[in-house]
Design a binder for this molecule. Structure first.
Ligand code: IMP
Ligand code: MG
Length: 334
């Protein structure tokens, strides 16, 4: 048996541009499957396909390339939004027939979860029912996809698929959110309710030995959406927000902005076993024309200012000399 798994993992607070990287890797890759491994419709992945913009919440980007796309058992699914997304893709000219699946043991977001999340004010959740659904799962009160007849045509058994039918599969695991929002490693309680790490990808049924590459995705600065105080005072951060068009793809909320934190990024690349680091949206810093990074953890925020893009990039490359670093600009090129 030789399952091969590549993982795309957010190494900041989500919205790093994972959708773009997934799309890029699928275009030239040898993948037979694409799996969303955590989260639900709290995620919003912006994808430019043949010049057209698509925002997906549930369905993995494999579907754009005819690659079998599975919503994994680490995910939670809003059935109404799942079908709305299928319709959106179909109307957008994407060939979805026999390409979209949901793991039998993924959990379903129910009306009560949605209602509960609508009342949430402390954390600033996306109010899509994700937290309460995972809560129910862990209280062992949840309902799984296999319990819904309407989902029957989409159901897949992960064990059968990968250990019986396709033991030589090459799989791209597409993460949602990011390390800073991870339930265990993020800034608790200002986190999401799922495992956003490489380990979270394995929880979907893959052996550790199957991992080939781990693509950590970051931006050249940081953004975070939620109630935690994150953005410092200063006009420059408002510029970052404006130039970077930092609005949530799911909720339309403003994303708070700050400089990149290299120490936090190191922690994220270490813990996730990142082999390839992609730093997106370099063009935004270029336009704002300020090249800054925090070089210590957040309790001792030493700031390093660079003269120009070249210096900034060289610093990052040297700091992460053990991984392959790629810089990229918005929106579609890598
Ligand atoms: P929840 O996942 O809706 O429970 O939200 C918990 C926290 O995670 C909030 O701060 C959200 O803004 C944040 N969050 C959840 N999903 C995303 C995402 O896809 N991008 C960025 N932030 C997210
Ligand atoms: Mg997003």
């Amino acid at each position: 048996m030789s399952l091969k798994v590549d993982v795309i993992v957010g190494v900041q607070y989500g919205d790093e541009g994972k959708g773009k990287v997934t799309h890029h890797l699928l275009k030239d890759g040898d993948y037979t499957h694409c799996i969303r491994y955590n989260g639900g419709c709290n995620a919003g992945h912006t994808i430019y396909h043949n010049g057209e913009k698509f925002v997906t919440h549930h369905i993995p980007a494999g579907v754009f390339f005819g690659v079998k796309s599975i919503i994994g058992p680490g995910c939670v699914v809003d059935i109404r939004k799942f079908f709305a997304e299928i319709k959106m893709l179909d109307e957008g000219g994407i060939d979805i027939a026999d390409k979209i699946f949901i793991a039998k043991n993924a959990h379903v977001i129910r009306g009560a979860h949605y209602k509960e999340d609508k009342k949430e004010t402390k954390l600033g959740t996306t109010r899509t029912g994700n937290g309460p659904c995972y809560g129910a799962k862990y209280k062992r009160l949840g309902v799984r996809a296999e319990d819904y007849r309407i989902l029957e045509p989409y159901l897949i058994d992960m064990y059968e698929e990968f250990y019986s039918s396709n033991p030589d599969a090459t799989i791209l695991c597409e993460g949602a959110q990011g390390f800073g929002l991870d339930i265990d490693w993020g800034d608790y309680p200002y986190v999401t309710s799922s495992h956003c790490t490489t380990a979270g990808a394995l929880l979907n049924g893959f052996p550790p030995q199957s991992i080939r590459r781990v693509y950590g995705v970051a931006k050249a600065y940081e953004t975070y959406v939620g109630t935690k105080e994150f953005q410092p005072e200063g006009e420059v951060f408002r510029s970052l927000q404006e130039v970077g068009e930092e609005f949530g793809a799911t909720t339309g909320r403003k994303r708070q902005c700050n400089w990149i934190n290299i120490a936090n990024l190191k922690k994220a690349t270490n813990l996730n076993g990142v082999t390839h680091l992609i730093v997106n949206k370099l063009d935004v810093l270029e336009e704002v024309n300020t090249w800054v990074a925090y070089v210590n953890s957040k309790d001792d925020r030493a700031i390093l200012a660079f003269q120009n893009k070249k210096q900034f990039c060289e610093y990052v490359e040297n700091y992460f000399s053990d991984v392959k670093v790629t810089f990229s600009s918005s929106p579609h090129v890598i």
